[in-house]
Structure formats: C-alpha cells, structure tokens
Design a protein around this ligand. Structure first.
Ligand code: VAH
Length: 320
C-alpha cells in the first residue's frame, strides 16, 4: 500500500490522483495535517496525520501495511524564510522519521522531493549541472540539501530505496500552491481568467527553471518505477523541462487575453529567486531512467487555458 504525506498540497493533490489510478483506490492512503482535506480524496482512504509524530506515522504504516511512502509534507521556500527554525524542524525531522521507519519496517520504496533551491548564488546559473557547488542561502534550500544527504546516507548505510527529484518551479492549476517562490506562475492564470490585473512579486526578467505539473507527475512515476539498478543518483536527480521569465509568460498569455495587464512589484521572494539557477542540466535523469518532458511553455499554456475554465465552471456553477 502507498502512503502519501502532504497529499493536499500542490504536488500531493495531483500525485495522489495519479497513484490512485496506477495502484487502485484500495491501495492508496492519502494523509494531511488538515482534516478538511478529506473532501479532496473521495477515491481513496484519507487519514489526518501530523508527520512530526513518529509514533502516529509508525502505527499508520503498520496498521495499513504501507510498503511505499511519498513524503511530500513540507514548508516551501517563501514561507520557510518567514519561519526558518520551524521550517527546518518540519522539513528535516519529518524526513528523518520517514527514513528511520523505512529502515525499521523495510519499506519497499520512499519518494522525497528536493528542489533547485539546493543550489546557491555561486552555483553556475545556466544549465546548472548535477554536481555543481551547492551553498544554499535560504532555510528551505539548506533543509533540502541536508535532506538529500540523509537520503544518500540511508541508502548507503541501510539499503533504503529512497529516490528523489530536484523539482523546478511546478505549475499546476488543480491545487493552489502554498508558500512557494515560483507560485506567481500559477496565480497569473487565475488572474487572467478572472480578468484581473496581475501584480507579480518577482521582477520581469527573473528567469527560473519551471515544469508543468503533468511532467512532474510523469517524472515521479518514471523514477519510482525504474529498476533500482538504474538509479545511480541517490541524493536527488536534477530535472528540467523549460525556463522562462515572468515577462515571457505574460507575453505568451496576452494573445488569449488582450486586456490582461501585469505590474511587477518584487518583494522578499526576489532575493530567494535571485540565488537559484536560471536553467538546469538534467542529463543524468535522461541517461539513467530515460527522462523526457512533454510540455514546453506554449503547450502548457494551451492546456491550462483549455482545462482551468472547466475546473472553474465545475467549482463555481453559474448562478441561475
Ligand atoms: C518553492 N515551488 O517555491 C517550490 C520550489 C523551485 C521552487 O521548490 O519553494
């Protein structure tokens, strides 16, 4: 059975749906700290779980006979800068609980998301390679880098089959993101559809590696289904699809919404983004488990603008 922690998050919502399709509803247990998240998971079991409670995690794994854990519960970059110590404890202690239980209960596999945030201001900015220097200057990046080292340690020392991806900014419209620095690229679509001016919290030329959510889900499933012998990176794989700036995204959306206006008001998240790569070299993922993205920016925009209005209509039925 597969347990997903942080299942109500931006990645968790879509990954849980996909895992339910893959393994069947009786084989997936979605968990989140928020009880109201239950409503998001009509098709699989849902349990309220605080990932900081190792005992609760242990008894859930034993009771539900869990064999795989997708540990997504975390504090994202922007929110982590506001509460660095709390973010460190939640991101690190919960991962260590999962890794320790994977060892103790001999779980088959563990998935844990890392991020481009492990790179810092003095990492090469363009086509950042897998092994580039990593001196993250954000609480979130520090926790992700330490987490990668613990994943490699538990694989090396105990043979835990933990696998990880350094996600770029993920753009998904099915769940609102929570506290990320790349979330402007999600909010912009909601503003365009609502015919509202968009106030972007990053400068117009801030180029960042990005990925459409279906590609992130595909990469996770490809990585987790690859034979263990093919996994040669046990810290976390670089992963790439596209890179763009807020202005490029705005200009690509404009033809669909000619009246759509954007203003740029960089805030504290600009300093976080400024320390991150502009683009990523993911040759190891392509070599080891045949990674290849499906969506570039135009294809992503077409798909979102085709699907998001249906979601809006479904969740806001027209007033009679
Ligand atoms: C964040 N969306 O902004 C996440 C991601 C690369 C960005 O790690 O924190």
């Amino acid at each position: 059975k597969v347990l997903v922690t942080g299942a109500a998050g931006q990645l968790g919502t879509e990954l849980t749906q996909r895992l339910t399709e893959l393994y069947g509803p009786e084989c997936v247990v979605a968990s989140d700290i928020q009880p109201e998240a239950q409503a998001k998971f009509p098709h699989c079991r849902f349990v309220v779980l605080d990932v900081m409670d190792a005992e609760a995690l242990r008894s859930l794994i034993k009771k539900e006979q869990v064999t795989q854990v997708y540990h997504l519960a975390a504090v994202l970059s922007a929110r982590a800068e506001a509460h660095p110590q709390a973010a460190w404890h939640l991101n690190m202690d919960s991962l260590l609980h999962v890794l320790e239980l994977a060892r103790e209960c001999k779980l088959d596999k563990v998935f844990w998301p890392s991020s481009i945030a492990v790179f810092g201001p003095n990492s090469p900015k363009a086509q950042t390679p897998q092994g580039a220097s990593k001196e993250p200057v954000t609480a979130y990046g520090i926790a992700k880098l330490a987490g990668e080292r613990w994943c490699a340690y538990y694989h090396q020392q105990y043979g835990v089959d933990v696998r990880s991806l350094r996600f770029p900014g993920l753009i998904g419209y099915k769940a609102l993101p929570g506290g990320g620095t790349t979330d402007y690229a999600v909010a912009i679509f909601h503003a365009a559809l609502a015919a509202k001016d968009f106030h972007c919290f990053l400068a117009k030329d801030t180029r960042l590696p990005m990925m459409y959510m279906p590609d992130a889900i595909k990469a996770t499933c490809m990585l987790m289904q690859a034979p263990k012998e093919s996994i040669r990176v046990r810290s976390s794989y670089n992963l790439a699809a596209m890179s763009f700036t807020p202005e490029e995204l705005y200009r690509a959306i404009l033809p669909y919404f000619p009246e759509f206006r954007i203003t740029y008001q960089p805030d504290y998240r600009q300093a976080i983004a400024a320390g991150w790569p502009r683009s990523i070299d993911d040759r190891e993922a392509r070599r080891d488990w045949k990674w290849c993205p499906d969506y570039d920016m135009p294809a992503m925009i077409r798909n979102i603008l085709q699907e998001l209005p249906k979601l809006h209509a479904a969740t806001n039925p027209k007033k009679r």
